[in-house]
Ligand binder design. Sequence first.
Ligand SMILES: [Zn+2]
Length: 405
Amino acid sequence: MENHEETKVDLKDRVVGQSNTTEEPAVQVRSLKELLDRVTGRDVKTQRLPEESGLAEILPFPFLALVGQPEMKLALLLSLINPAIGGVLLIGPRGTGKTTAVRSLTELLPEVPRSLCYYGCLPEDIESGGQNAVCPDCARKFAEGEQLFKMDKVRLVELPLNAGLEDVIGGVDERAAIQNRFRMHKGLLAQADHNILYVDEVNLLQDEVVDALLDAAAQGKYTVRRGPIAATYHSRFVLIGSMNPEEGNLRPQILDRFGLRVIVRGLEAHEERLEAYRRVQSYIAQPRHIVEQFSLETEIAQAEIQAARNILPEVKLTDEVANDGLRLISDLHVDSLRAEITLFEAARAHAAGDNRYTVTHEDLRVVAPMALRLRRSKFIKEFFELQNSEDAELSVMLESVISTT
Ligand SMILES: [Zn+2]
């Protein structure tokens, strides 16, 4: 992280648009981390704009205007860079900005292809799986050179607390069934394809729902079978869960399947709390105003995330760093194989976000707490200890029985 001055690169050419305020100095950042540091503590101007029209518009609070919470921001950015991390779980009491932060993420991702078809068919499905990978309608359209998608902004799909399995994975389309046509309707997981799926209060959901969504997130697709028909849907989304530990725990096997874990506490420093208060007030009064003040940084962050996603496949993990990571996991007595997947994929994303092609010990150091915390199981540790002593006892008995025959 040293030598910033010598390696600083002008990123203006990586910015999609240009600033609309000419008095803004040219923004020079070398990495996402630098960008985050740059906007921290920045003054939000409070000058009044002409009254906004009465039409309500959903403008998310700018991600870069969030005060403090560096670990939460980093975890969320890493999950956007590398979905193989396996999602992020934000753990903390209410009112700590978890939901605001998650909603702001849609502005940080570039546009994605959005299928025009009910079943979510895309040309990439035909490229990877042939004509049978899409519905007959789309296969015909594709053959005739018709467009199957349009480019669209990433959306935030929020899973409601009362969602049942059928809402989540889909099922039989009752309306079609009345007309004796057996058709499936799409669930929330399929709607989340290419989007961000946010599950607030994940600890209060039914287990079968959480299982289904974690399976779909891990595999990028899922199949629903109902009677004679089955349908397979894509579900390539960034999964973010949040929970308030005061309202109950998450089953260990569910917790294990979340990649990064962030403990979100309230801001402590008075200046930070005041700054957060001012920004929120400014947002409530005139959302467009604060969004505009951070629009240049938002564009740069979006370009940086895209650049990091582009180089990610080439980011290498050396044996030396990998072995040190594995030693850390074994010293912590973490058994789940998901620990190293998350640790190494997060470290690769961190390197990519810093525009580097090799993972360093520093990357491990930064991501290890969020990848490895809450992974040690007292039960499993005691279970193994008990099992080892039982095995030892068994082998002693076995020896004595065999030697006497
Ligand atoms: Zn289709």
